[in-house]
Design a binder for this molecule. Sequence first.
Ligand code: 4NP
Length: 180
Amino acid sequence: MVIENTIPQLKSIFRHHKDGDSVRILFVCLGNICRSPAAEGVMKTVVASDPARNSWVIDSAGTGGYHVGELPDDRMRVHARRRGLELTHRCRKVSALDFDEFDLIIGMDASNLRNLKRLAPTVDDEKKIMPMSAFFSIATRYDYVPDPYYEGAEGFELVLDLLDDACLNLRDSIDEALGK
Ligand code: 4NP
């Protein structure tokens, strides 16, 4: 569901942004081997279609450190590859330093968001955190990106469908916030 104050929050986040500045987005889930590396891959594809966005920095990380250094889960890579998306991210754990590196830190579910808020060094840093569901289209029947790790093929397809929709809306919402 598109959340009402999404654009005002983005306008505040990018209030000092000037033309030519990079837009830096970090996607976060629990393991950083399913949802967030897929979000990173989808968003990189969305952004790559426009040369004006070639300075955008897009990355992903996990709140848990169980799979650090690994490629994304084989199942997620297979489902992504079927859509023409090659996922090559290496798993890493999110850190407080990420709040210096990124403008916007997007959590996939409520637990990710709680963990990110705990990690945020300052109140201002906490304002960089947003739920991925803020960018879901109105008709979406989810208000979070469900963890596919213990699910079957349909769980991975659902994640990719939700991310395809949300990443396009995220791009458009940032454009709107930047007055483009
Ligand atoms: P993700 O999925 O948070 O979408 O990367 C998970 C991957 C691994 C685990 C949990 C969730 N795990 O417990 O190892």
